[in-house]
Design a protein around this ligand. Structure first.
Ligand SMILES: Nc1ncnc2c1ncn2[C@@H]1O[C@H](COP(=O)(O)OP(=O)(O)O)[C@@H](O)[C@H]1O
Ligand SMILES: [Mg+2]
Length: 499
């Protein structure tokens, strides 16, 4: 067995060591907040996590004497002050492994003077409930040489949320997750992946030779919703002020057209024009239908054909960078999500994970919620998806604006750096296992460092997200883009001279 490094010695303070916490003075090694350590007790081996680290020096404990001394002399030259400086770590006991190897709640505190050791990786692996054999490798457990491999069922089946401020590494971490899902051998169980990619960040997964045949990118501006597949109510959602009479008339017209084969918005318009309808019904209806036609997201049939869209071990990326209108985006996401969930329920699509970037735009909380066309289906997936192996991963930089119904169903959360106090408060409320100290660490995380909590791990754990295999699709640097723009403009201007 590997020799564990000794880190320190338990000290006696006013109210510790107790069964729930103790402090130790640090002798060696690197001890950081969030790190796991062990100490022997009468019951077995207690495992604890470092909550806080602070320095102490008895010379500086009394404000009065420090003040007096500093007036007349320099304390550092008068006394061996430096030698009395100690670093103390406060810890919280998480449980005790008894000698038969079972984990129990600690009922005995460690004794003052007991030695503190680094936790053995095998014990930590067992304690966290990781899956080294078949798990999804997101990176390394921070402060420990242990791969952060989370069991796929535990991490995804009860849905996943990835929350952090902009630039903290959400999309990067999810790209790592997607890479893992695509590279799983089929005997370990592979699922299909659908990505609602708002900014075209995921298409670069194709750059990896091992992934390129497993990734399909669809330009969302080319997606068409087949008009015969929807009801008049769907159009009414896009035009909320459409009256009940108008919806009823539109429904009759669509039913009529359904009888004569396939049709699109143009055909509906001609049918409305030639139908016998009161002017005060037909005129606004025609105006609505022209508006809907201008959206350019409806056609005679679905494009692409969503029936065979999802494939096990493959990712389908819907790239929305060319679709700017939020309602159009919501309509497409709502339609596809509903369609795929129905196919899944009929066993006509493989088990899948639907990843939704900027989820607060598609499934919002508060005043915007009522009009968000895609909220209903996303909340349905959050509530019922798991029974059908239809899982969602919601990504958001504004957790406060994300539907609480959907978020509360995401049983695993990956939280990267968050500094906004409102968001921190919201995160704290959504997960009872988050302590004030953990919250402090979240606001000081670096890019690519994440807290994983919930179903996927038995205890909240900090993870350093691994490097991506595939290249990132970097937006161009401002300087480079400006140079390119100037060159292109110059060419254009030169060209004009000849005209
Ligand atoms: N785990 C990581 N390792 C290395 N670099 C990272 C990591 N996570 C994020 N980054 C860097 O930070 C940048 C922002 O990350 P990104 O995932 O786009 O943030 P977000 O989606 O949260 O806005 C990335 O372009 C990348 O360069
Ligand atoms: Mg992002």
């Amino acid at each position: 067995m590997q020799e564990q490094q000794k880190l320190g010695t338990v000290i006696a303070t006013e109210d510790s060591p107790s069964v729930s916490e103790f402090s130790f003075v640090i002798h060696g090694g690197s001890v950081k907040r969030g790190q796991f350590i062990t100490v022997k007790t009468n019951e077995g081996t207690a495992i604890a996590t470092v909550q806080n680290i602070f320095k102490t020096n008895r010379y500086f404990e009394s404000a009065g004497s420090v003040h007096e001394y500093s007036k007349s002399s320099d304390m550092f030259s008068a006394f061996p002050v430096k030698e009395w400086e100690y670093t103390v770590a406060e810890t919280k006991i998480l449980g005790t492994y008894t000698n038969d190897g079972s984990l129990q709640r600690a009922s005995f505190p460690p004794s003052p003077g007991s030695e503190i050791y680094e936790v053995e990786t095998s014990m930590l692996n067992k304690f966290l409930g990781l899956d080294q054999e078949k798990g999804i490798e997101l990176g390394e457990i921070q402060q420990h040489e242990l791969k952060a491999k989370f069991n796929m069922t535990k991490m995804l089946q009860k849905h996943l949320a990835v929350l952090a401020m902009s630039g903290a590494g959400k999309s990067y971490a999810v790209s790592v997750l997607v890479e893992e899902l695509l590279l799983r051998p089929n005997e370990q169980g592979r699922i299909a992946v659908l990505i609602i990619d708002n900014h075209g960040e995921y298409s670069s997964l194709i750059s990896d030779p091992l992934l390129k045949d497993k990734v399909e990118v669809i330009d969302a501006s080319e997606i068409k919703i087949g008009v015969p597949n929807i009801s008049a109510k769907v159009f009414a959602q896009l035009c909320p002020s459409m009256s009940a009479t108008q919806v009823r008339e539109l429904n009759n017209i669509m039913d009529g057209l359904r009888g004569s084969g396939t049709f699109d918005v143009d055909k509906i318009i001609s049918a409305v024009e030639s139908a016998e309808m009161k002017e005060n019904v037909s005129a606004p209806l025609l105006a609505w239908m022209h508006e809907i036609k201008a959206m350019d997201i409806f056609g005679e049939a679905d494009y692409p054909n969503f029936d065979g869209l999802l494939k096990q071990g493959c990712a389908t990326i819907l790239d929305f960078k060319n679709v700017l209108d939020l309602r159009q985006k919501q309509m497409i996401v709502a339609y596809i999500s509903r369609k795929l969930f129905n196919l899944r329920r009929k066993n006509s699509a493989p088990p899948y994970l639907e990843i939704i970037e900027e989820a607060h735009n598609f499934c919002p909380e508060g005043s915007k919620a009522e009009h968000a066309l895609s909220r209903g289906i996303i909340e349905t997936l959050a509530r019922e998806g798991r029974k059908f192996y239809a899982n969602i991963c919601l990504i958001s930089q504004r957790p406060v604006q994300l539907s609480t119904t959907a978020l509360s169903q995401c049983n695993t959360q990956i939280i990267l750096r968050v500094t906004n106090p409102y968001d921190l408060d919201h995160i704290k409320k959504s997960a009872e296992s988050i302590t004030q100290q953990t919250l402090e660490i979240i606001s000081s995380l670096k890019v690519g460092e994440a807290l994983v909590i919930g179903e996927a791990t038995n205890h909240p754990v900090f993870v350093k997200i691994r490097k991506r295999r595939s290249k990132e699709s970097h937006g161009e640097k401002l300087e480079d883009y400006a140079i390119k723009f100037e060159k292109a403009n110059k060419k254009l201007a030169e060209g004009k001279d000849f005209i």
